[in-house]
Design a protein around this ligand. Structure first.
Ligand code: AMP
Length: 284
């Protein structure tokens, strides 16, 4: 596996692949890789002749400096895992390599067609601008035929689909296909996340109540209304010592707008477990 840290080398690599008519799979990540990321990489390796994995903690998508500073980083272990999975390239640039000084402070402005007005977009102003800034740049550099994203970040996935299929950027990435990958959980049900590394053993046990409550809500949905299920999820999670809900919203999977039926609905939650902000979701 090659480790590439400059944009120029990545472009040259992707151009050489295109000349040889090799299909390229791209898996964008922020590193501190776990089995959730590994599932995306395995799918890309199975589907494409070449797999590029980016490992870049993108500063422009963090609206909280402390979260950025504390974000787990482990590039050595990431490189070992990616090589063992059969990835061809790990692209690990510095922020200065990715962005000019202007781009770093003046985050790119993008019209999300309203998809960012709710949930993560509402709670983390500028977050999705930063995500689209980095993902669109990665698409231009790596020229993928397919790009792999996890449903764990459901709103992010909806926004990436919008960017590629319906926004002013649609069509600029060739025939790129976005591949949605299901959430990977540990045996106890906790959604895998790089941020789980910041949880103590006790906090990990506390955090289990998040997925447990979401799974229980599938039963509640059989008899209760959307509003009642929302309230019960919030109440149940907030009753656990050490957990505090930031939001729980049952929305339409396509528009991400609030819904009153369970048809095509998804419940998205953000919870603080101690200092650590965790997200999860469940489809009804
Ligand atoms: P991150 O490094 O957290 O930015 O995640 C990189 C990619 O991996 C994103 O598309 C995430 O949605 C995906 N991902 C992270 N955790 C999981 C998980 N537990 N299951 C599936 N995909 C995941």
């Amino acid at each position: 596996m090659q480790i590439i840290s400059t944009r120029q080398e990545l472009t040259a690599f992707a151009q050489a692949c295109q000349q040889q008519h090799k299909s390229i799979g791209l898996v964008p990540t922020m590193g501190a890789l776990h089995e959730g990321h590994a599932a995306l990489v395995k799918k890309s390796v199975a589907d494409n002749e070449v797999t590029i994995v980016s490992v870049f903690v993108n500063p422009t998508q963090f609206n909280n400096k402390e979260d950025l500073a504390k974000y787990p980083r482990n590039q050595h272990a990431d490189a070992e895992l990616l090589a063992s999975l059969g990835a061809d390239v790990m692209f690990a640039p510095t922020p200065e390599e990715m962005y000019s000084a202007e781009e770093m402070k003046e985050t790119f402005r993008f019209d999300f067609g309203g998809l960012d007005a709710v949930m993560e977009g509402k709670m983390r102003p500028g977050h999705f601008n930063g995500v689209v800034q980095v993902v669109s740049r990665l698409f231009y550099l790596a020229k993928p035929n397919r790009a792999y994203f996890g449903e764990k970040d459901f709103q992010q996935l909806a926004i990436i689909h919008f960017m590629v299929e319906r926004s002013e950027l649609a069509g600029t990435f060739g025939d790129l296909r976005i591949v949605d990958c299901p959430i990977v959980r540990d045996k106890s049900g906790l959604a895998l996340s790089s941020r789980n590394a910041r949880l103590s053993e006790d906090e990990k046990k506390t955090a289990l109540h998040i997925s447990k409550t979401l799974f229980a809500s599938l039963e509640w949905a059989k008899t209760l209304s959307v509003k009642e299920v929302e309230d019960k999820v919030i109440e149940t999670i907030n009753a656990v010592e050490g957990l505090e809900i930031e939001y729980y919203a049952i929305v339409d999977q396509t528009t991400l707008q609030p819904t009153t039926t369970f048809n095509n609905a998804i419940g998205c939650v953000t919870v603080y477990c101690g200092q650590v902000r965790l997200i999860d979701n469940i489809k009804y």
